[in-house]
Design a protein around this ligand. Structure first.
Ligand code: COA
Length: 416
C-alpha cells in the first residue's frame, strides 16, 4: 500500500463535502468588526466575539475548515504538518527555502533537556494522565528558560517554534516512560510525523503510517476559538509567557468535552463491544441523557470535514487486525444510530474525535496517548493565535452576572 491511497481518500472526502453542503448559503466573510460589537450570547460564551483573526475560519453550516484561506482538504492532501505550522505562524505558505529554514529550526529544537525527562520519571506517570504529564513537562521548559517573560512577538514566536518542535518529543517520552521504557532521541532525518511515531515505538514508520499521522496533525492544527485555544490566548493576554499559556491550553484540551473525547470514544466502543450491541447501548445512553463522545459540536451543524477524512482513514486502518475491524464496524453502527436519531433534529454528527482513536489504535498507540497527539498538533494553532493577538493585545476580562445576595450580615465564626 502506498501513501497515495490516503490522498485518494482525502480527494473523495472533499468531493463528498462539496456535494452534501452545496445548498447551504455561501458564508459572508467579514473584513473586521467595529468595536464595540453587538452579539447575542448563549451560556458558555456561545455567540461571543472575542477578537478578529486572519488565521483560521470554521463555517459550521458548510462544514468548512480553512487555515489562512486554504481549505483543510487541500492542505491535508498536499501539505505537511511543518508547512501547515509555518502557514499558521507566518501567514503564508513557505517557499522551499522558507521551509528548509523552518525545518532547520525545528531540528535544532527537537531534543528536550534531560531535566525534563528526569522530572517525567519522577511523576507517578503510570497513574497520572499523560496530558497532566505533558503540562508538567512544558512548565519545566518554562522554568528552564530564564528569558521567557519578554511578552514580545518575536521572542514569543521563537518559543512557539521551540514548543512546536518539542511537543512531539515530550509526548513520545511520556508514552515510553509509561511503558517502563527509555525515551528515544529524535532522528534528524525524519519529518515531524515520522519522528513522533519513531520516538514512541523505536521504529521508523512505513510510508502510509507517516502520511496518516501527518494528515491527522494537519487536520488538528487549528480550529477557531475552541476552548484550549481561547484558554491559551486568555493566559497570554495578561502578558504572562508562552509556556504558561500553553500549559493552560493543555489543561483545557484534556477535558472530555474537548480533546479528551477521542480517548473516551475508544473506551465507549470497547464497552459496546460489537455492532449488535449498539442499539441497546445507545438507547441506555439516551435514557440517562449521556452525551455520546465524538458527536456534536458547538460550531458544526454539518458533518465535520475532519471526520470526513478520518472516517475513511479508519476504514483503511481497520484492515490491520480483527480488533480494529470490530472497533470500526461498531463505530459505523453507532454513527448510523446517532445520526438517525439526532442528525436531522439536533444536527449531531461525528466530530474529529470520533474516528481518530480507531486510526491511532490500529497504529498500536496506547489509548491514553490520543489526546497528547492532539496537543502535538494543536500547539501550532495555540501559539499562532496567541502571537497574533499579542500584536494588539488587550486583557481578556469578561463579566459574570452576579445572582447572589447583596447584603449578607457577617456572623462571626463562633456564632455560625
Ligand atoms: N450526544 C448526544 N446529544 C448531544 C451531543 C452528543 N454528543 N452533543 C450535543 N447533544 C445535544 C444536547 O443534549 C443538547 O440537547 P437539548 O437541546 O435537548 O438539551 C443539544 O444537543 C445541544 O448540546 P449542548 O451541550 O448545548 O452543545 P454545546 O455546544 O454546549 O456542546 C459539545 C458541544 C462538543 C461539548 C457537545 O456536543 C458534546 O459534549 N459532545 C461530546 C464530547 C465531544 O465529542 N467533544 C469533542 C468536540 S470536538
Amino acid at each position: 500500500m502506498s501513501a497515495q491511497v490516503v490522498n485518494q481518500i482525502i480527494k473523495e472526502a472533499a468531493i463528498k463535502a462539496a456535494h452534501e453542503t452545496n445548498d447551504e448559503p455561501e458564508p459572508g466573510l467579514t473584513k473586521g468588526v467595529e468595536w464595540p460589537v453587538t452579539a447575542t450570547l448563549g451560556r458558555g460564551l456561545e455567540g461571543a466575539i472575542s477578537n478578529t483573526t486572519e488565521i483560521g475560519y470554521v463555517n459550521g453550516a458548510k462544514g468548512w475548515l480553512i487555515y489562512r484561506g486554504y481549505n483543510c482538504f487541500d492542505l491535508a492532501e498536499q501539505s505537511s504538518f511543518e508547512e501547515t505550522a509555518y502557514l499558521l505562524l507566518y501567514g503564508k505558505l513557505p517557499t522551499i527555502s522558507d521551509l528548509n529554514g523552518f525545518n532547520d529550526k525545528l531540528l535544532a529544537y527537537r531534543n528536550i533537556p534531560q531535566s525534563v525527562i528526569q522530572v517525567l520519571k519522577m511523576l507517578p506517570i503510570k497513574k497520572s494522565h499523560p496530558m497532566s504529564s505533558l503540562a508538567t513537562a512544558v512548565s519545566v521548559l518554562g522554568n528552564l528558560d530564564g528569558d521567557s517573560d519578554k511578552a514580545e512577538v518575536e521572542a514569543e514566536r521563537e518559543i512557539s517554534i521551540k514548543l512546536i518542535a518539542q511537543m512531539a518529543t515530550i509526548a513520545a517520552a511520556i508514552a515510553r516512560i509509561r511503558q517502563g521504557r527509555e525515551p528515544v532521541n529524535p532522528d534528524p532525518t525524519l519529518s515531524n510525523a515520522a519522528n513522533f511515531l519513531y520516538m514512541m515505538t523505536g521504529e521508523a514508520p512505513d510510508e502510509v503510517a507517516e502520511r496518516i499521522m501527518d494528515v491527522s496533525l494537519i487536520l488538528h492544527a487549528d480550529h477557531g476559538m475552541n476552548a484550549s485555544t481561547f484558554t491559551t490566548m486568555v493566559v497570554n493576554s495578561s502578558l504572562s509567557d508562552m509556556y504558561s499559556s500553553v500549559v493552560g491550553g493543555i489543561g483545557s484540551l484534556k477535558g472530555p468535552l474537548h480533546g479528551g473525547a477521542n480517548e473516551r470514544v475508544l473506551y465507549d466502543l470497547q464497552e459496546i463491544g460489537s455492532p449488535d450491541n449498539v442499539t441497546s447501548w445507545f438507547n441506555k445512553a439516551r435514557e440517562s441523557k449521556r452525551k455520546v463522545m465524538g458527536f456534536g459540536h458547538r460550531v458544526y451543524k454539518a458533518y465535520d470535514p475532519r471526520a470526513r477524512i478520518l472516517g475513511p482513514v479508519a476504514h483503511l486502518m481497520a484492515e490491520k487486525n480483527a480488533e480494529s475491524q470490530r472497533l470500526y464496524d461498531t463505530a459505523v453502527a453507532l454513527e448510523k444510530a446517532v445520526t438517525q436519531a439526532l442528525g436531522k433534529e439536533k444536527k449531531i454528527f461525528p466530530n474529529v474525535d470520533f474516528y481518530s482513536g480507531i486510526v491511532y489504535k490500529a497504529m498500536s498507540i496506547d489509548t491514553a496517548m490520543f489526546t497528547p497527539i492532539f496537543a502535538v498538533s494543536r500547539i501550532a494553532g495555540w501559539t499562532a493565535r496567541a502571537l497574533e493577538y499579542l500584536k494588539d493585545n488587550r486583557l481578556f476580562r469578561p463579566r459574570a452576572v452576579y445572582t447572589g445576595p447583596a447584603k449578607a450580615e457577617y456572623i462571626g465564626i463562633d456564632r455560625r
